[in-house]
Design a protein. Sequence first.
Lengths: 501, 501
Amino acid sequence: MFETAELGQKLDKERYSARVPELRQELVRKQFELRQAKFPVIVVISGDDRPACNELLNVLRSWTDPRYVEVNAFPVPTDEEVERPVFWRYWRCLPARGWIGMFLRGWTMQPIVMRLIGSLDDQEFEHWLDHARRFERSLTADGALLLKFWLHLPEAEFRKRVKASKKAPNKVWRTGKHDKRIYNNYDLARELMERAIRKTSTGPNPWQLVESTDSRYRNLTVAEKILEAVTRRLAQRDLPREEPPPPTIASPAPTEAPVTVLDTVDQSRSLTREQYSTELDQWKSKLFRQAHKAAERDVSTVLVFEGWDAAGKGGIIRRLTQAMDATLYRVVPIGAPTEDELAHHYLWRFWRQLPRAGHVAIFDRSWYGRVLVERVEGFATEAEWSRAYPEINDFEEQLVEHGIVVLKFWLQIDADEQLRRFKEREVTPFKQFKITPDDWRNRDRWNDYELAANDMIARTSTEYARWNLIAANDKRSARVEVIKTVCRALTQATKRASDDE
Amino acid sequence: MFETAELGQKLDKERYSARVPELRQELVRKQFELRQAKFPVIVVISGDDRPACNELLNVLRSWTDPRYVEVNAFPVPTDEEVERPVFWRYWRCLPARGWIGMFLRGWTMQPIVMRLIGSLDDQEFEHWLDHARRFERSLTADGALLLKFWLHLPEAEFRKRVKASKKAPNKVWRTGKHDKRIYNNYDLARELMERAIRKTSTGPNPWQLVESTDSRYRNLTVAEKILEAVTRRLAQRDLPREEPPPPTIASPAPTEAPVTVLDTVDQSRSLTREQYSTELDQWKSKLFRQAHKAAERDVSTVLVFEGWDAAGKGGIIRRLTQAMDATLYRVVPIGAPTEDELAHHYLWRFWRQLPRAGHVAIFDRSWYGRVLVERVEGFATEAEWSRAYPEINDFEEQLVEHGIVVLKFWLQIDADEQLRRFKEREVTPFKQFKITPDDWRNRDRWNDYELAANDMIARTSTEYARWNLIAANDKRSARVEVIKTVCRALTQATKRASDDE
């Protein structure tokens, strides 16, 4: 694979000097156009030639308007990063639409180094690459222009440099710890790098290999490719839309009154006031203890609440939080996205809300809005909401792999019960603010929402993060059921965490 | 001082149970109104009774709609926090307008504990309280409703508890490390606490002492006070405007063509192309080395660029960044604030952009917009921009105290030079995007801007963060001058950091 980047490519000074001033002007002009565009540019500069990566980054930055370029390097993870899934550090610095974000060494170099020193096994290595591929697909599907450059230094060239470096250390090349590791195991490293490049080179997101021996050739090649790609993309009137992946599970055909998985929820269970009071107290005090134990073991939790309007999300969340130390949880109400959120991938706002170690994040509505309200109301295109299913599965898989407890609740009530509650809200003074014209409008589209919820459950109830369908016609039993489920999951996870120690 | 909270206040169960349900409803209803309001509510729960603080926080949270309450506790600072000034951790979790933010133990308990164990001396302790007071004043001046509660446990009560705790540990009260420290030095601790309370109790922001012995009394008292304050505030049609502090330095009387400090800038220096090339290269390579050394010593830098349109900020920033490793700096262009930024104190967006240890943040326009464009164009009221001077001074003081190098540059050109550059921009194809009708409009108000700049320099050129007035009619000498200044400051700071080690 690297053969194409070992041809001894060179560029003479005259041609370089003749082209650079013009190229810089064009880059800055395109950057200005980009400011008005609706997509971000993500440039990954990686490769086996670390010093060349750094130098190239400097050159690219000096050739562009530094005000609209963000450079992200990833040294040793901070403790705030360590407490979240690996890709959190990349998600949190994604550029907004109209900006250029440069990522030094990207998200593919770390697994190579970790595999090399044995802190990942082969399966974990492959798995990481898998996540990287899905991460990239998700970015480009959202409209990002992703450009990945791999700077390759031919082996012979490398050996020359090491020799020179030994004679005049600091002058030529300061070898880093990672470089040494790579070059002490050159054959294995090369194999791993080739594998990583191959596995993360997809149709829309290929790696571009660039020979790094000659700095003029390397600088100009990469800059020209960026200019060309940005120019081409700006010329497209509409964002390219990726074809939606074929649904893995067929949805039931829409009928007047569809039969969905929601109809299977058994609403017969109910609790008397006395039973409720006893059971609730009992589970609340269990939860209080469990949440503390989980916090001590650094077990983090993500709770997701979805369901019909008036299904009782607020009431359940309130009982849950009553049973936890106020410093341990954060409720994240999800409403219409802000400007800043709209300027990023729709999952960005949720990544940013992931809990610290030992904490609980409670999402009152969530990323599932994409495949529920946004789908039904047409705020997201079909291509957008259909690719959301695999993206969400991947997101949740990363949480679970990081050891986060992920629990998703769908609160199910039937249409009659909803009507009863709407009417009650209208006549109860302190509940009036809870009912708006929107609620009535949504109710008119009950069948559409039912189908959307059915699809959502079909496609995102995974073995690692199942949907819990909660019968909520009876508020009391629903509340107890949810707290019980959370409590049991925390107990299990805490036990697992203790066993691991 | 604590005498008023040692009266043995109690509340019987009947009165408590009778009031609580009603109170909760009122709280939730007010919260709903608050969502539409233009101010945040900041509740500090602190005091010598740590377990009571935690319990009260839980109670308050369970009595409110948890979706619009953020609770912030501050355990051991993370490394991302340690790398910034102390108040960064508080700034970054300030609630947006319409929200309630609760702060467990607030920002006054830490200095008490630190003073107690001797890691602050008396002067540093006072200084911290000073910052706290100014922080709070800045929040309330911006419209925040700040409520501070100090839960006090009388000494006799405390001794009883400790005894009980010894007999049945874990059951009654788990004593924390800090509690022990406080109670082992009860008299000193009490004195420090009283001093802290007194020094941070100002007219608009008093501490409210609450006896914590009886949980019913304590819960109800605090909740009622919150309800009352929020209700009162919501009833006010307009936000209360604090009177602007009297200007410490008189501004020159506005005249047709004012004589300002800007007129004192000597524009006579200029460099030939050859001199420029030699000097620039020389200082750029010095800067490259210095920036690396500074990074190694964890010396952080904040550079601020202000000046007339077309004064050459972009060109200078570009030369500066060419001389630094791309991973070491971030350019922060300041434009119109986003929705999210508008929902917070105007300094919030700048606090969030403070650099990590060893990094450089370059602000292309800055917090000084408040006293320049916002003042001149009337985007900020006189009360707002006049209180910005001391707020900014305080902000910068905190940066400098944390060891951050703060350099502020005003790029000065005269009106004729600006006109020449505007015209040049209009006829140079790749510069046309740089000139907009706004630039011409601003130019019409030259005198107003000149006065605003003069006031700004008069009031914010402090001994710890002076303004550097750069003669920029000659672009070449301006560029060299700035790089030289940055380079020298980094050299000094790095030397200081090495000496300290």
